[in-house]
Write a protein of this length. Structure first.
Length: 146
């Protein structure tokens, strides 16, 4: 799907945040390691908070901004696998989570690159979300080393 307006960009971002929240909530419930389960549960809560931030932007932005054209972004490059199964060990879970964090960080950075002038307040939020993804990648990478 081509992301062609600020509205489609925002809608896609909200879909990503929902998927990540569901992924981490499911992962927290199924992973056997208590520390990792709590970590993933915290990430689910963070993604719920992030979704509310984006919903607030959508409610505040006026229709002219929502219809601003955007080009150069294809949603297919940010698609992630969010299926969680009962046999997922910590390494498999960390790899799946790293994929999510890496692609989401890229999505927010690319959004700033192609739509920075249009984003306004959303630009600051997108930058912050990208930074949060980068920080989570660091934590998740450390799980793989242990």
């Amino acid at each position: 799907m081509e992301i062609s307006t600020f509205a489609t960009l925002l809608r896609f971002a909200m879909d990503l945040e929902r998927q990540a929240e569901e992924f981490y909530r499911s992962l927290a419930a199924k992973i056997r390691d208590p520390w990792a389960s709590e970590l993933f549960s915290g990430y689910a809560r963070e993604y719920a908070r992030r979704l509310k931030l984006l919903e607030g932007i959508r409610q505040r932005d006026i229709s002219e901004v929502l219809l601003e054209p955007i080009s150069g972004m294809d949603s297919r490059q940010y698609v992630v696998a969010t299926n969680v199964n009962d046999r997922m060990d910590i390494e498999t879970a960390s790899n799946a989570a790293l994929d999510i964090e890496t692609k989401f960080e890229a999505f927010y950075k690319d959004s700033l690159r192609v739509a920075g002038a249009v984003l306004g307040e959303a630009g600051r939020v997108f930058r912050k979300l990208s930074e949060e993804n980068r920080e989570r990648r660091k934590v998740l990478s450390s799980l793989k080393k242990n």
